[in-house]
Design a protein around this ligand. Structure first.
Ligand code: NDP
Length: 451
């Protein structure tokens, strides 16, 4: 059977409206890898593309749990085990009301190529639930996580599938999930990453994605002979795990992050963000960014209702480097043009696919440096893989050891992506470089493993 790229697009498009986001991710990859597919007919002969775009399996299950009023609530849980050619399935769990099969297929598909780019032995997966953690008590979160794991534990294991966190799933949730897994199986093993340090987590896992995105950007700017980040104004979106650690690392290297955002609005502090206050607001008190301006009167808070039409306030702030770190499709074509007009030189995707296809095209055509998510935000899964190694060897690495290995790995990914782009005649295009390098490794391994 031979399926062309057009047929795959059509197949996905017609499959289910939820799959539009998956189709968007696939379209970008298929466009990037077409020179590779044309240059080597083994990929067609072994139907690699046709096999790669279909998940190995999608597990869908009911999660019934008791809320604090002793009323039964019911949510849906998912695990998309996409591809385990390079190693055990690996990818985060997302708890958010928007979670559906299409979003998890898009994230799982991206994860295959991202994990391939790291050079580490891990396959691609993603999972989660439409459960909304916002406004839930600690006990409700605990009860939900326990019920979720009662089903999920049947399908995971240190050599089978190792989930981690994502939106709505941090150290607290991973801890509750791990506790339930241990209770059910009587086995203390590295079946989840992102665990709290006291029972098997790796130092630096919380910081890894954000720090890694900054390390990648530093290397990309060096390769592209652009000015470094030190002393430069940077804009960041999001105010969660990835965003806060991008801000932290930018400040450590002497850059000046001036913005962040959440689902309710955007914060702009032209004097540079007060990170300690942000952590207090978002990690401890879990309140709106609007609180920030109560103690920092020169800062400006723009609620979503006051955003310019078809644009996001955060991308209208002049900057040298932009770091979208909130969610998918949060940077559209209008936003891209605002960044370009305001003199931005570099965009790094901390979130998964935060830029629309049109925004990416505009950014690339104006020759800005552009670090795509599957390469730039790989730091999280890199340190997750380090956590698996530490768990398997029953050992612990120091913060500095992990940081050094992370930095080196992000630099290696960046160099590999840049060289691949050059080899395939698209020098400076890190989107094509990442897609080709990520795809080629998995594809060659799939051929070697047979059908
Ligand atoms: P968190 O849940 O910690 O934070 C997400 C942040 O984004 C929150 O501040 C949230 O605001 C904000 N947000 C959500 N939707 C919007 C929106 N529409 N507009 C503006 N802000 C919004 O998630 P993470 O930081 O972990 O993840 C962020 C992104 O990074 C996701 O795309 C994730 O897949 C990706 N990623 C995460 C990794 C990790 O290690 N955590 C690894 C690799 C990728 P609010 O609080 O109001 O909901």
């Amino acid at each position: 059977m031979s399926i062309t790229s057009d047929t795959i697009k059509k197949f996905v498009k017609n499959d289910c409206p939820e799959d539009d986001i998956f189709y968007q991710a696939m379209e970008e990859v298929i466009c990037s890898i077409s020179p590779l597919l044309k240059s080597d007919d083994r990929y067609k002969k072994y139907a690699i593309l046709e096999r790669l775009v279909v998940p190995d399996r999608i597990i869908k299950f009911k999660v019934a749990w008791l809320d604090d009023n002793n009323e039964i609530q019911v949510n849906t849980g998912f695990r998309v085990q996409f591809n385990n050619t390079l190693g055990p399935y690996k990818g985060g769990l997302r708890f958010h009301p928007t979670v559906n099969e299409g979003i998890l297929k898009f994230l799982g598909f991206e994860q295959i190529l991202k994990n391939s780019l790291t050079g580490l032995p891990i396959g691609g997966a993603k999972g989660g639930s439409d459960f909304n953690p916002k406004g839930k008590s600690d006990f409700e979160i605990m009860k939900f996580c326990s019920s979720f794991m009662v089903e999920l534990h049947k399908y995971i294991g240190p050599r089978i599938d190792v989930p981690a966190g994502d939106i709505g799933v941090g150290g607290r949730e991973i801890g509750y999930l791990f506790g339930e897994y241990k209770k059910i199986t009587s086995s203390h093993q590295g079946v989840l990453t992102g665990k709290p340090f006291v029972f098997g987590g790796s130092l630096m896992r919380p910081e890894a994605t954000g720090y890694g995105a900054v390390y990648f950007t530093q290397k990309m700017l060096e390769i592209e002979a652009k000015e470094p980040l030190e002393g430069k104004i940077c804009t960041v979106s999001g105010a969660g795990n990835v965003a806060l650690h991008v801000i932290e690392k930018l400040q450590q290297i002497g850059a000046i992050p001036v913005s962040c955002s959440d689902s309710k609005g955007t914060l702009y502090d032209s004097r540079g963000l007060d990170l300690a206050l942000l952590k207090e607001l978002k990690l401890e008190r879990r309140v709106s960014l609007e609180e920030y301006v109560k103690t920092h009167e020169s800062a400006k808070y723009t609620p979503v209702s006051e955003y310019p039409e078809h644009a996001h306030a955060v991308w209208d702030i002049p900057c040298y480097a932009a770091f979208p770190c909130a969610t998918q499709n949060e940077l559209n074509e209008t936003d891209a043009h605002n960044l370009i007009t305001n003199g931005c030189e570099s965009v790094t995707e901390g979130a998964n696919m935060p830029s629309t296809l049109e925004a990416t095209a505009a950014i690339l055509s104006h020759k800005l440096c552009f670090a795509p998510a599957k390469a730039a935000n790989a730091g999280g899964v890199v340190v997750s893989s380090f956590e698996m190694s530490q768990n398997a060897a029953m050992t612990r690495w120091t913060f500095d050891e992990v940081d050094e290995k992370l930095k080196l790995t992000m630099q290696q990914i960046c160099t590999r992506v840049a060289l691949t782009a050059k080899d395939y005649g698209v020098e400076g295009n890190y989107v094509d470089g990442a897609n080709i390098a990520g795809f080629k490794k998995v594809a060659d391994a799939m051929i070697a493993e047979g059908i």
